[in-house]
Design a protein around this ligand. Structure first.
Ligand code: SAM
Length: 245
């Protein structure tokens, strides 16, 4: 399996993260989190270059982050307001940050960047430890879909130009729920390989992992505008709650 640690994603993607990783949902996700978060401290796991944290800080929220990659945080620091957001460099599975938070979130499929079930369970548990009683934890991930796979593999062209070709190859290991990606960008300048590994979890497995950590599912939506979660939903936004004392 591809060998990924908390720094690997940033080492491969920090330079062009903002240009190439726009999910197109930032405004509505910031709006929903602003509605749900209350007035206390917020923690973003895997804060990255601040796509979510900067607009939330601009709205007046006291937001802190954990991030595995110093290279991603450097990009955050270069942006207006980016130097003012407290960030701990570390593994989100350990959530080693001081203080209590009223709300935490982990978006854009990033739970799946933890490449084992054990690390994902630890992440839920450690987030629960950091939340005040009654605090919320919001997670956004895709719903696994293997309809485009054949023999546990898939190949998809992502961009074609006169002098360029981008494509994405994936291999799926259902025994470990792991997908290995290789994103290939061929241009006149050469070939760039940007690998990725993700350990997916089904929504109900996530609920069990949350429960092991002491969090209960409160809502599950099929989108950031609180769309219902249905068998057709390709992603979900799930809100977990730590019981009030
Ligand atoms: C898809 S990006 C999401 C960044 C940001 N939350 C956003 O929504 O734009 C994934 C982020 O997770 C970080 N990351 C990956 N594994 C990590 C880990 N084990 N601990 C902390 N951060 C991690 C990467 O460095 C990257 O910044």
């Amino acid at each position: 399996m591809l060998d990924f640690d908390p720094e690997t994603f940033g080492a491969l993607n920090a330079d062009d993260y903002d240009a190439l990783h726009d999910p197109g949902t930032t405004e509505e996700s910031v709006a929903l989190i602003a509605e749900l978060a209350g007035k206390g401290r917020i923690l973003e796991l895997a804060i990255g270059t601040g796509r979510m944290a900067l607009p939330l800080a601009k709205r007046g929220f006291a937001i802190s982050g954990i991030e595995g990659s110093a290279a991603m945080v450097e990009k955050l620091r270069e942006k207006p307001g980016g130097a003012d957001i407290p960030v701990v460099i570390g593994d989100m599975a350990d959530c080693a940050i001081d203080g209590d938070f009223e709300f935490a979130f982990l978006v854009f499929n990033t739970l799946f960047n933890l490449t084992s079930q054990d690390a994902q369970v630890r992440c839920f548990r450690h987030v629960a430890d950091r939340l005040v009683p009654g605090g919320g934890f919001l997670v956004e991930t895709f719903v696994p879909d293997f309809s485009g796979y054949h023999d546990n593999q898939s190949m998809r062209t992502t961009q074609i130009g006169f002098k360029s070709l981008w494509f994405e190859a994936k291999m799926h290991d259902p025994t470990r729920q792991v997908i290995q990606f290789q994103r290939v960008r061929i241009t006149e300048g050469g070939t760039k390989l940007v690998p990725l590994v993700m350990r997916y979890a089904w929504p109900q497995e996530m609920d069990l992992m949350a429960e092991l950590g002491g969090l209960m599912l409160e809502h599950r939506w099929g989108g950031w505008k609180r769309e219902p979660f249905t068998p057709e939903s390709r992603m979900h936004v799930s809100l977990y709650r730590k019981p009030a004392d």
